[in-house]
Design a protein around this ligand. Structure first.
Ligand code: ATP
Ligand code: MG
Length: 559
């Protein structure tokens, strides 16, 4: 293994290899295909696939498809796409809990034959009533002492479809007085006359998650079964299954704390509710913390991997700031994304001393720190769009952008002066009349005059109009999971749409390619809604401190 900081799980794995307990590490990522994967799953994927990559081991992608009621092919396809996109590969090791339905059934019969499982004919409600509470023991079902032959016969008839849903369940016979509720004769199989997305109508009884999960891990020779902390209390049950059934291989379960991200939700069920109620457009809405949503938003896969690496693997509950994720995204894009100019809230500037119907090409750097990325040409003409925010009629002394009588540099172009402010009847500023100084052409001008402000712009005659979607936090509180009704703390302003003007070189940018709009943030065409004749862009993330930095540079007299 590399010298990368070792978390407690990687330490255990390292020790198991050193001691010769295992020659090869085998892990699995076991999603239930009942929704799209989210940022929490990214952590689990990076951990399970990561430790295998680091130790030249193997990882299974195994669908936990034991509950046909909630599972769909759409989710299966999305999961595969998402894991691949994150940069991991399961090779031949794509499996399903349902691949083992026959073996699981045999294991259940074995438990019956050993006198360790029985068919219970109480109703679900009665079973619940017999379960007891955390402070009181449960009570035995009147069917608990059924003979082995009777249990076997009933279980086979359950499989044969002779009974209706809920008429019987198969339960493990452990201890109704156990302080651990999971050991109070948990259900192993229940009857569900429902088609399964893989096995069709072959089965009308389905194994419960705990039973199927433990044995699937054993069947696949998983060495380290890594799961989140809520399964710690289930471990004694897993151990019981393994102790009784003695499969040839015994996995070791290790629990770690879930990754929780502030101002968002990591629960497929709740994300699904948001889709159903229409507050987001779908699983891949760019505001969603799903992998599909983050990909569409423009987050690079490497940034997500970097983010979970920073979070580490621990046993402590944590709520990670959204800013940490955004910083990972910024770091990758700051390096990779080329710079472009775009105006999100356009205000028209007419250069009264620049010839109409004339234009010239300005040379602009594609990346300030990477000269190898070269330059591009940006057309300049007598009408340009600037950002409404870059003009202030009654500006404070320290406002170095455009104000009446003031000067500013148009990045990579000329210094202009604001001569006149045109307003509509309501007093809103609708146009600025300015003059440009021909001697101040960026790079080649004869004047070395400096001004304190530099702003971005787009030539009106050449601009590409685009709808730009600006995203903000989905929720108004850091921990919406803790809210009584999580839908009540949704941020009504999580999406703002503006009609923007882009420099013409952006006309051909494809979805998946990110650029920095200078001074504004990182943006990418929206994979869902962008089209050649109606451009739609997403803001991936803002530039933190963008203003401070550019203003500082301008103060030092740089352009
Ligand atoms: P959800 O509540 O969103 O449905 P889940 O845990 O039920 O999550 P699964 O599809 O069963 O989702 O999870 C697959 C794997 O991902 C499991 O091993 C699970 O422990 C892990 N996982 C799920 N959520 C997180 C999270 N927030 N942090 C880390 N691992 C997670
Ligand atoms: Mg689950």
């Amino acid at each position: 293994m590399s010298e990368a900081p070792r978390d407690f799980i990687r330490q255990i794995i390292h020790d198991d290899l050193e001691s010769g307990k295992h020659d090869e590490i085998v892990t699995r990522f076991p999603p239930e295909p009942n929704g799209y994967l989210h940022i929490g799953h990214v952590m689990s994927i990076c951990l399970n696939f990561g430790v295998a990559v680091e130790t030249r081991g193997r990882t299974f992608l195994r669908y936990d498809d034991t509950n046909p009621h909630k599972e769909e092919q759409e989710y299966v396809d999305a999961i595969e796409q998402d894991v691949h996109w994150l940069g991991f590969d399961w090779g031949e090791r794509l499996t399903h809990a349902s691949d083992y339905f026959e073996q699981l059934y045999e294991a259940a019969e074995k438990l019956i034959e050993m006198g360790l499982a029985y068919v219970d004919s109480l109703s679900a409600e009665e079973i619940r009533a017999h379960r007891g509470t955390l402070t009181e023991p449960g009570t035995d079902s009147p069917y608990r002492e059924r003979r082995v032959e009777e249990n076997l016969d009933l279980f086979r008839r359950m499989r044969a479809g002779e009974f209706a849903d809920g008429e019987h369940v198969l339960r493990a016979k452990i201890d109704m007085a156990s302080p651990n509720m999971n050991l109070r004769d948990p259900a192993l199989y229940r009857i569900r006359h429902i088609d399964h997305q893989r096995t069709g109508d072959a089965w009308c009884i389905y194994p419960m998650y705990d039973f199927a999960h433990t044995l699937s891990d054993a069947f696949e020779h998983i060495t380290h079964s890594l799961c989140t902390l809520e399964f710690e209390d289930h471990r004694p049950l897993y151990d019981w299954f393994l102790d009784q059934l003695k499969p040839p291989h015994r996995p070791r379960q290790i629990e770690f704390s879930r990754l929780n991200l502030a101002y968002t939700i990591t629960s497929k069920r709740k994300l699904g509710m948001m889709i159903d109620s229409g507050v987001v457009s779908g699983w891949n809405d760019p505001r969603m913390p799903t992998i599909a949503g983050m990909r569409r938003r423009g987050y690079p896969a490497v940034a997500l991997r970097d983010f979970v690496k920073r979070g580490g693997v621990t046993k402590k509950d944590k709520l990670i700031e959204m800013g940490v994720l955004e910083n990972s995204v910024r770091e990758v894009l700051g390096d990779e994304a080329e710079r472009r100019m775009a105006v999100l809230k356009p205000l028209k500037v007419v250069l009264t001393n620049y010839p109409e119907d004339q234009f010239e090409m300005m040379e602009a750097m594609n990346h300030p720190n990477r000269p190898e990325l070269g330059t591009r040409e940006v057309p300049f003409s007598n009408e340009v769009w600037i950002e409404q925010d870059d003009f202030m009629e009654e500006a404070p002394r320290k406002f170095f952008r455009l104000k009446p009588g003031g000067e500013v540099r148009l990045r990579s172009a000329y210094i202009i002066r604001c001569d006149e402010v045109i307003k509509d009847d309501d007093g809103n500023v609708v146009e600025l009349r300015c003059s440009y100084d021909p001697d101040t052409r960026s790079g080649t001008g004869t004047s070395d005059r400096k001004v304190k402000g530099t702003i971005h712009w787009v030539s009106a005659a050449h601009a590409v109009p685009a709808t730009v979607r600006l995203y903000d936090r989905l929720f108004t509180v850091p921990n919406p999971n803790a809210a009584e009704v999580f839908m009540d703390v949704l941020n009504p302003d999580s999406l703002e749409t503006v009609e923007a003007m882009l420099e013409p070189s952006l006309a051909d940018l494809a979805a998946g390619e990110a650029v920095q709009f200078e001074r504004l943030g990182y943006f990418t065409p929206d994979a869902g809604d962008d089209s050649a004749d109606a451009r739609v862009f997403n803001r991936i993330v803002t530039l933190r401190d963008s203003w401070a930095k550019i203003e500082k540079q301008a103060m030092q007299g740089q352009d």
